[in-house]
Write a protein that binds this ligand. Structure first.
Ligand SMILES: Nc1ncnc2c1ncn2[C@@H]1O[C@H](COP(=O)(O)OP(=O)(O)OP(=O)(O)O)[C@@H](O)[C@H]1O
Ligand SMILES: [Mg+2]
Length: 356
């Protein structure tokens, strides 16, 4: 669990969307450096209003994990995270009993019982055995914690936590199944527990659950998917990608932004490239240009930066044959990119003779 900062005010994103202040929420997230896609953001608002979890699928590096992180940061919310991997157990994510503490508890009570008059021992021990299943012996996993925090928050008007179920395609069937009840009822039933269950049934008070999937390892089950509002993170438009590059690299000049996005756009357009560079790679390339003060590219410097977005030997060979094309695209005019840059930088508009 990553707790919220107690020295900063918290914002409840659900309250904002119920008050029709979606734009305010959008701006808050954007101010943290994450630029949400409009359609995806609208889907997210629906998930907030409905109380349903939000399932995001999309290629690697498309901003799936970064969205909940940005939300938690922007609204100063506590975040609970389950990172998908093989061998994840229900005990780790939902709850477990602290067996050692329970044993110590019983040993202590047996010792006390021995000192009691015979008539009182049975009743005393029965009480002690029941008390073994009290809250103090319950160890909550990240999912249990998120639902428990949401329940407590509902009582004290504290915003709900964000629960990130990251890379859920690695969870496997049994973990997915164990999440069906909390995702539907908001409750986690715990056998023998004196309270019966933890969590919160009220849809408006539930944790903000964001589930991501790369659709790689396992196919998610129908019931698991059906408990979510669904969005697909597609490749952004060039304008959106420019917005993201500028937000993530605030020190980048127009020339550096232009070089990075034209280069990556050209690479994505090359037939035969199987693994297209994502936003992750374009942000890294722009950052490298800023670090090295690169304002133009030639044969030599271009190949130096291949390592950021060419991830197989075959792709490297293929791109090695396309250097002239890549340089032409990188140095040439692109109406979408150069107009976007020209609108925020008069010098850039002048350079390309653009009337904006
Ligand atoms: N819309 C966006 N605005 C700002 N930054 C973004 C955006 N989308 C992606 N990024 C940045 O791109 C990088 C990759 O994002 P992230 O790690 O969230 O990808 P992912 O979809 O979770 O990938 P993977 O499937 O490999 O885990 C991060 O540095 C993230 O901040
Ligand atoms: Mg991720």
């Amino acid at each position: 669990m990553i707790p919220h900062d107690p020295n900063r005010p918290q914002t409840d994103p659900r309250r904002l969307v119920f008050a029709r202040k979606e734009r305010e929420l959008y701006q808050l997230i954007a101010a943290s450096g994450y630029v949400p896609d409009e359609q995806n953001f609208s889907d997210f608002c629906e998930s907030l209003k409905s109380g349903r979890a939000w399932l995001i699928s999309g290629t690697r590096g498309s901003g799936k994990t970064a969205f909940p992180e940005a939300l938690a940061e922007a609204c100063n919310l506590t975040m609970c995270v389950v990172a998908g991997r093989d061998g994840l157990t229900q005990g780790e994510i939902l709850y477990d009993w602290d067996r050692e503490e329970q044993e110590v508890w019983m040993r202590e009570n047996l010792a006390i019982a021995k000192g009691l008059p015979e008539g009182g021992q049975v009743g005393f021990l029965e009480k002690a055995r029941n008390a073994k299943w009290q809250r103090q012996f319950l160890v909550l996993g990240e999912v249990g914690l998120a639902y428990d925090l949401a329940a407590k928050g509902a009582d004290s008007a504290v915003p709900p936590p964000v629960l990130l179920l990251d890379e859920s395609d690695k969870f496997g069937a049994s973990i997915e199944d164990s999440l069906l009840m909390p995702l539907e009822r908001g409750l986690i039933y715990i056998p023998r527990y004196e309270g019966g269950c933890i969590g919160v049934a009220d849809w408006e008070s539930r944790p903000i659950v964001i589930t991501t999937s790369n659709d790689l390892r396992h196919k998610l089950s129908g019931p698991f998917i059906s408990r979510h509002i669904y969005s697909r993170f597609a490749n952004p438009t060039l304008e959106k990608e420019l917005e993201i590059l500028a937000a993530r690299n605030p020190k980048a000049s127009s020339a550096q932004l232009s070089l990075a996005i034209k280069l990556l756009d050209a690479v994505r357009g090359i037939a035969g490239m199987e693994d297209h560079p994502s936003i992750r790679e374009s942000i890294d390339v722009a950052a490298a240009f800023v670090r090295d003060s690169v304002e133009s590219l030639d044969d030599y410097s271009l190949t130096r930066f291949f390592c950021y977005f060419v991830k197989t030997g075959d792709a490297r060979e293929l791109l090695g044959l396309q250097i002239d094309y890549l340089l032409a695209m990188t140095n040439g005019f692109n109406p979408i990119i150069d107009r976007w840059l020209g609108q925020r930088d008069p010098q850039w508009a002048k350079r390309w003779d653009l009337t904006v």
